[in-house]
Write a protein that binds this ligand. Structure first.
Ligand SMILES: [Zn+2]
Length: 431
């Protein structure tokens, strides 16, 4: 679907609708939905952006890379704007201020001074969950003493992200120095950590510290530094800075976030409050952060669009699910549930199912009524009302108490899916 999609952001309505038909058909099939289901519900349930937004995002991703890698086309987008409308020019104009702030990738040198250590619990426990407070504290002290014995100075770092601000701090306990920084961009928490690393390294270089350990609770931040083919300018900058400095060795030991480690608390607090008392720094976008931000903006647009369509179609579904979610509901099921039941649940949620009310609309059968109860046979009728299933329903008091799927969802958010799926399983009526 997204092959060559970076040239699809400005498709004609006709061409776009052809691709959307294909997109809808595939998603409908995967979710087990039927043809009459409104397409905005299909995309909501699949937790996928509709085609037009996905094409815009694919284009934006490509432009971000063009700029970061400084490819020839980047120059013509930025410095010699094309006068005709293409997918690239359209998306570049749409997000121009962001694209202009994407940082170019520096060339990277191999690094021989960095040593990472993410195995804090080595040979003790498998993870933080299995360790008790005392164990963590002891391991931490052991690590600290080991660094001291090897004549390595320690700096603690932390990052924090809140709404439109990315914050970072470091704490050098030997000199009792705390510094914090903030930007006005929404970046990933890993980026926040990388900012703290850079600032800590700058501090070490200025103060002629030759052997340094940066203690962090960000495994992803530490791991990012080992990637030699990184497309993140911050990790390249960190690696280059260390290599080209007088620093002999820089170790990055991962330390789990733990309230008993007071150095952790100090730097944690400093990072959280950096937007109030830290130094403002101007920082360009990494490719990933820029793409995530554009995806967020496009999702807000899709959310607006979804709400508007829902005024007209799929009102009941919207009452239950007014917000666009990142993942489909079935991603969070703990127990394994067979696909057929998930599909039945999907049809139940949309109200469009293989039952008389929908079948009559397609003229497959004449009457939309339930043969026993003589009212419209909808999934809701089957679950909450139909007398055919009274015996089973007697075993499900919560279902007995509710009269509609919306009401049931509202009052039983935690057990909602399991209860209905169990009920459907027992009554063996295909919905
Ligand atoms: Zn009935």
């Amino acid at each position: 679907m997204e092959y060559a999609a970076s040239s699809f952001a400005n498709l004609s309505k006709k061409a776009l609708s052809k691709l959307k038909i294909c997109d809808n058909k595939i998603l409908r099939k995967c979710l087990g939905l039927i043809k009459s289901t409104p397409t905005h519900i299909i995309h909501h349930m699949a937790a996928e952006l509709p085609g037009e937004y996905r094409f815009q995002l694919a284009t934006a991703k490509e432009i971000s890379k063009l700029i970061a890698y400084n490819l020839p086309l980047a120059d013509s987008l930025i410095n010699q704007p094309l006068t005709y409308s293409t997918s690239y020019t359209m998306i570049f104009t749409e997000f121009e201020p962001m694209f202009r702030e994407i940082e170019k990738l520096p060339s990277s040198t191999t690094n021989s001074k960095i040593k990472v250590d993410i195995d804090f619990f080595k040979n003790i426990t498998k993870s933080k969950k299995e360790a008790n407070e005392e164990q963590i504290y002891q391991l931490f002290n052991k690590k600290l003493n080991d660094l001291k014995d090897r004549n390595i100075e320690t700096i603690f770092t932390d990052g924090s992200v809140k709404e439109d601000s990315t914050k970072a701090a470091f704490y050098h306990n030997k000199s009792n120095t705390i510094r914090s920084f903030h930007t006005n961009k929404r970046m990933a928490s890993m980026t926040a950590e990388l900012i703290a690393f850079i600032k800590a390294i700058d501090f070490a270089i200025t103060h002629q510290i030759n052997r340094l350990a940066i203690l962090t609770d960000s495994k992803s931040g530490v791991m990012a530094l080992t990637n030699e083919d990184s497309n993140n300018y911050l990790t390249i900058e960190i690696r280059n800075k260390i290599q080209n400095s007088n620093l002999e060795i820089v170790e990055f030991p991962f330390i789990p976030n733990h309230s008993g480690i007071h150095q952790n608390n100090i730097v944690d607090n400093a990072a959280k409050n950096a937007d109030r008392n830290g130094e403002f720094i101007h920082l360009g976008w990494t490719i990933d952060d820029a793409c995530k931000e554009i995806e967020r903006i496009l999702t807000i647009k899709w959310q607006r669009h979804y709400s508007i369509i829902s005024n007209d179609k799929g009102k009941k579904y919207y009452q239950m699910f007014p917000k666009i979610s990142k993942h489909p509901w079935f991603k969070f099921l703990n127990n394994k549930i067979e696909a057929n039941l998930i599909k039945q649940m999907n049809r139940t949620l949309t109200g469009h199912a293989f039952r008389n009310e929908t079948l009559a609309k397609f003229n497959i059968i004449q009457s939309s009524n339930c043969e026993t109860c003589q009212v419209d046979e909808t999934p809701e009728h089957i679950i909450f009302k139909c007398t055919k299933f009274n015996t089973t329903r007697n075993l499900f008091t919560k279902i007995q108490e509710a009269s509609s799927i919306q009401e049931f969802y509202k009052n039983n958010q935690k057990t909602f899916y399991y209860t209905i799926i169990n009920f459907l399983k027992q009554i063996k009526a295909q919905i």
